[in-house]
Design a protein around this ligand. Structure first.
Ligand code: MSP
Length: 472
């Protein structure tokens, strides 16, 4: 029996340079995808780039390029980063793909037909960098809470998605509260329910002023709001990729993102789906934001870390490990290169790496023939943690096994057993340690696929080679 699982990351704004924030979400999604594939599920893991809107048009103009030229140049940077990080996505969607554009039109037409779109006059405060309107209350000292810039007063006649009506018609609050749409972590669920209670506003889903976008069906003067175009990627992807069979209109099992865009994923998107008669996503999980060295990651501060440079210095698997290991996935936390270097030395080089070396050296020296057994020591514990998205805790369980193995060696004193010619005890002890190493490799696989393979390979050939060499 194979279960079908549809996992997504956000599609990232193509004009951003792929940074550690993007990498964080994408690595987490990849760990889940690998984990479920290993378990035998059929996984569809989607990521991509968000390529329309005023922000991108503006950035293209600044570079003296047409928007299309500009996005064509930038989108591959994301693919390259994901390749470096060994991200095994199944599909990479670009919102400028004509096939996506066509499905967006279909979706908007379905919304129209279902009676959830209305044309209205609108005036509001718009932040171009966020591509969204803010109410006075949401601004901080009159400025955008994210960018600290003054929003523009914008007056338009737009099409609106009747969010308020959809939320009531389909009992959005009820579905979230009984976990039919599971919003995670729990604290975020309460936050979202609180927002619904306070009252929802209908969403303007077209723009007159924005030219770089998909034309609104039936109105040449408007383009579809970039956020709506972007959300629909989760739907269009299931319809446009020929390699996918039987995924049409499959609801997402898990939308992963950071808390900044939870509102769109937990309120707007499910309401849009329900309004057209499609099932809502099953789970929406918002992880925290991280700071770099205690500071918000920003181009102005100059503390944006390039994931590719990090993989070149420490190795792909180390970056994957270090990011998920540092703090609990649903919470905010801090990352720095120093922290990554510390994990590298303490947990990887001196931990797993050293255990593997010393074990293989002893096995060779004492002429032990290890037996490969299938028994799982960690299995269920780690699986449960991965499936609960408790990556830090899962990695800690795996790390603790190196302590257990090292203690076994310290207590069992194989060098003394060898001196005393106690071959039975010696064989038993080193086999136990060997088994733990097999188990560590097995459990590390979704997190550190290459390292896992290298450990298993060394265990098979009994040829020790440093897994994590010293870095200067
Ligand atoms: N294009 C929209 C998403 C549309 S999805 C239908 C967008 N893109 S973005 O490029 O700004 O990416 C936002 C996502 O990047 C966040 O949700 C999160 O996944 C990730 N992060 C960006 N900065 C981050 C941190 N400092 N920390 C953790 N994740 C961060 O919004």
């Amino acid at each position: 029996m194979s279960e079908k699982l549809y996992i997504t990351t956000p599609i990232y704004y193509v004009n951003d340079i792929p940074h550690l924030g993007h990498a964080y979400t994408t690595i987490a999604a990849d760990v889940l995808a690998r984990h479920y594939k290993k378990k035998g599920s059929e996984v569809f893991f989607l990521t991509g780039t968000d390529e329309h809107g005023a922000k991108i048009a503006k950035a293209a103009e600044k570079m003296g390029k047409s928007p299309k030229e500009f996005v064509d140049e930038l989108s591959p940077k994301f693919k390259k980063t994901w390749d470096k990080l060994n991200i095994g996505y199944n599909q990479f969607l670009r919102t400028t793909d004509p096939k996506h554009e066509e499905k967006v039109l279909d979706f908007i037409n379905r919304l129209k037909k279902a009676g959830y779109i209305e044309k209205r006059k609108y005036e509001g405060l718009y932040c171009v960098d966020c591509e969204c309107y803010y109410t006075e209350n949401q601004l901080v000292a009159g400025k955008c809470p994210d960018h600290g810039t003054l929003p523009n007063k914008q007056k338009e006649e737009n099409y609106f998605f009747l969010l308020k009506k959809a939320a009531v018609d389909f009992d959005l609050a009820g579905k979230i509260s009984n976990d039919e749409i599971r919003v995670m972590p729990e604290s975020r669920k309460n936050e979202i329910l609180g927002k619904i209670k306070v009252g929802l506003e209908d969403v303007s889903i077209s723009r007159e002023a924005v030219k770089w976008g998909i034309k609104f069906p039936g109105d040449e003067n408007q383009t579809i709001y970039v956020w709506v175009d972007a959300l629909i990627n989760y739907y269009s992807a299931t319809k446009i990729f020929p390699s996918l069979d039987g995924w049409e209109e499959h609801p997402a099992d898990l939308h992963l993102m950071a808390k900044d865009i939870l509102w769109f994923h937990a309120i707007v998107w499910p309401s849009m789906l329900l309004a057209v008669g499609l099932p809502a996503p099953k789970e929406v999980f918002a992880h925290g934001f991280f700071t770099i060295d205690g500071k918000k990651m920003s181009k102005t501060i100059g503390n944006v870390i390039d994931p590719i440079a990090l993989t070149e210095k420490y190795g792909t698997d180390v970056v994957r490990y270090a990011l998920l290991r540092e703090f609990p996935f649903g919470e905010d936390g801090d990352i720095s290169e120093e922290k990554i270097a510390k994990r590298y030395t303490n947990e990887l080089a001196n931990g797993i790496g050293n255990l593997l070396q010393r074990t293989l050296v002893m096995i060779n020296k004492y002429g032990i023939k290890p037996v490969r057994s299938q028994s799982k020591i960690l299995g269920d514990t780690v699986i449960k943690k991965i499936e609960a998205l408790e990556f830090m805790e899962a990695l800690d369980c795996i790390r603790q096994m190196t302590d257990v193995a090292n203690e076994k060696i310290e207590e069992g004193r194989p060098w003394e057993l060898a001196k005393e010619k106690k071959q039975v005890e010696l064989t038993r002890l080193l086999n136990e340690v060997y088994k733990i190493l097999v188990d560590i490799a097995d459990n590390l696989e979704p997190f550190m696929p290459e390292t896992s393979e290298r450990i298993l390979d060394q265990l098979e050939t009994l040829k020790p080679e440093p897994l994590f060499p010293r870095i200067d």
